[in-house]
Design a binder for this molecule. Structure first.
Ligand code: GRF
Length: 202
């Protein structure tokens, strides 16, 4: 079977990207990372991609007069790599309508909370402040909302009494990376369908 083509979008260190690159090096994984894009040149994960010969691009919001221009530019950059799947792995921008028109239904995001609890950019901090005893990560299909799309997979980790935002964030990231790798491979190899809000793989 031809491996599915994945474009990964990042804003930061790219530990999720690194896990995907490692997994995709195996022929049997079912997917290959064909490009990595970022919204800022300081995203250090870009170097991880460059190190293994994967093309990279940067598409900055501030280089475009309107957000819709940025949306169009990002859509074009991603489309040029003809992806089957696009994955936001710590990409800290909400994409716009043009992007969703092109990649809706196959644009996935990994978020560091058990949605629908604690959407937004401070998932672990919000979970800790709320006092929940179980936290985790959610892989979902992006829609027009903020962290509202249909859920592909969730993984839970305990919240410990001695946790700080940093330690909880790190514990979630370990589980989150494993989930991302596992489910991206499964989606690539087996396909999926959506019934209502339920995502069924295979
Ligand atoms: C992930 O935990 C993701 O849920 C959050 O940012 C983190 C990205 O980390 N939005 P990395 O850049 O993949 O290391």
């Amino acid at each position: 079977m031809k491996p599915k083509r994945i474009v990964v979008l990042i804003s930061g260190g790219g530990s999720n990207l690194a896990a995907l690159l490692t997994a995709a090096a195996d022929q049997d994984y079912g997917a290959q990372v064909v490009a990595v894009g970022a919204d800022r040149p300081s995203a250090t994960g870009l170097q991880l991609a460059a190190d293994v010969g994967v093309p990279t691009f940067v598409c900055r919001l501030k280089d475009h007069p309107e957000r819709s221009d940025w949306d169009a530019a990002l859509t074009a950059e991603v489309a040029a790599h003809e992806p089957d799947l696009v994955i936001s792995a710590g990409f800290l921008k909400l994409v716009g309508p043009q992007f969703l028109a092109a990649f809706g239904g196959r644009y996935l995001n990994t978020h560091n909370s058990l949605l629908p609890a604690f959407p937004g950019i401070h998932g672990p901090r919000d979970a800790l402040e709320y006092g929940v005893k179980v936290a985790g990560a959610t892989l979902f299909v992006v829609d027009e909302g903020v962290d509202t799309g249909v859920i592909i997979a969730q993984t839970a980790v305990p919240v410990l009494d001695e946790d700080t935002e940093e330690t909880l964030t790190e514990r979630i990231k370990v589980a989150e990376r494993a989930q991302l790798v596992d489910y991206t491979g499964r989606l690539a190899r087996e396909g999926w369908r959506v019934q209502g809000r339920r995502v069924l793989i295979g």
